[in-house]
Design a binder for this molecule. Structure first.
Ligand code: NCD
Ligand code: ZN
Length: 358
């Protein structure tokens, strides 16, 4: 990190290790926001229907590249959607050929477009064996789907019921515990990292660093703060802030930016997902500044992710400038409108320049 002076923070170009781009008009509307701030992104496969073959992933990747505004260098890293019946050879060949970077596992019906997810993890033990042998990462949405379990407890119960057995049965499998939201998950990741470094990673979203469950109901119900896993109590948010700003290896940036049309959010049964892409990097920096940890931002945003995935850190650099920036309320094109996380508020950082853009 180079802190040129109090006004600038210059770091290697960060990556976003968890993004939903969708497809079609929504893809075109949102992709530039991520490409502007990040060099690469792990792209979630939960389209309808989901991305389950290398051919579909390659075609989707091309649609993403076609939708990126001219001249922005950006590398989408594709994932394969795990189903009960996915072919081991398809997954393995897709990884070997460099099409798939990882496999995403959604417990069946855990979240948006998770109906085709895994009904019982034992169904996919054969695929996990091969992934472990190949060194291919498994990205897990870590929540149980048992209707009896309180929504705020689903991540902690997942650790007890699934994660613990998974790391026991696949001691060398590379696992990312996605969008951790609890102190329990942070402690699980820290303990696992201590016993088997390099096998466990965790993404942390900017919204989980900034809001707790009470914020969802501040002055009334706030559908644009509803996502899965749902925001938890304040003590969990504080644990996430400690983990992210520790700079420790297993914790890295993953926004889980998940755009939904405004009408699908502001309705009697609204979709889960927070669209944070318009100012994600700027908001993360603000969190690190608040925690007096700007010197550790580079590890979290630019180094720990590539290190986990065995990829090089981006050669390009980005300069963040301490200047007030107003976040747009929403972004729109034609009939499509998506509300931005922290829209209408100002953030005290903006991207001043990127060395790979002239
Ligand atoms: C995501 C979506 O909308 O695709 N929603 C969310 O609340 N994060 C799915 C997911 O990552 O759980
Ligand atoms: Zn997600």
């Amino acid at each position: 990190m180079v802190e040129d002076d109090a006004h600038y923070l210059t770091i290697p170009l960060p990556d976003d290790w968890h993004v939903h781009f969708r497809d079609g008009d929504m893809l075109s509307l949102v992709v530039g926001h991520t490409a502007r701030q990040f060099g690469r992104a792990i792209v979630m496969p939960n389209l309808a229907p989901p991305v389950t073959t290398a051919a579909e992933a390659a075609a989707y990747r091309q649609r993403i590249l076609d939708a990126i505004p001219d001249g922005i260098p950006f590398d989408p890293l594709m994932t394969c959607y795990m189903t009960d019946t996915i072919s081991v050879d398809e997954v393995s060949a897709g990884y070997r050929d460099g099409v798939f970077q990882a496999v995403k596992l959604y417990p069946q019906n855990a979240t948006t477009n998770a109906a085709a997810g895994v009904s019982d993890i034992r169904m996919v033990y054969g695929v996990l064996e091969r992934m472990q042998a190949d060194g291919m990462p498994l990205l897990i949405h870590g929540e149980v789907t048992d209707a009896e379990v309180d929504v705020y407890d689903r991540e902690a119960v997942f650790i007890e019921r699934t994660m613990t057995a998974l790391v026991r049965d696949f001691p060398e499998l590379k696992i990312v515990f996605e969008h951790v939201t609890t102190k329990d998950a942070v402690e699980f990741v820290e303990a696992r990292h201590a016993e088997a470094p390099g096998t466990i990673g965790a993404t942390i979203t900017v919204h989980h660093l900034m809001i707790n469950r009470t914020d969802m109901f501040r002055g009334g119900i706030r559908p644009h703060l509803y996502c899965l896993p749902i925001a938890k109590r304040e003590r969990h948010r504080l644990a996430l802030r400690r983990a992210a700003t520790s700079g420790e290896g297993p914790f890295f940036l993953g926004t889980d930016t998940a755009p939904h049309h405004v009408e699908s959010k502001e309705t009697a049964c609204g979709c889960a997902g927070i669209f944070s892409a318009p100012a994600a990097l700027e908001l993360y920096v603000r969190v690190f500044e608040e925690e007096e940890a700007l010197d550790r931002f580079e590890a979290f945003a630019s180094r720990n992710g590539p290190n986990f995935y065995g990829l090089p850190v981006n050669a390009a650099r980005v300069a963040l400038e301490r200047v007030e920036l107003e976040i747009p309320e929403q972004i729109e094109a034609g009939a499509l409108a998506v509300k931005a996380f922290k829209g209408g508020e100002t953030v005290n950082w903006r991207i001043a320049s990127r060395s790979d853009l002239t």
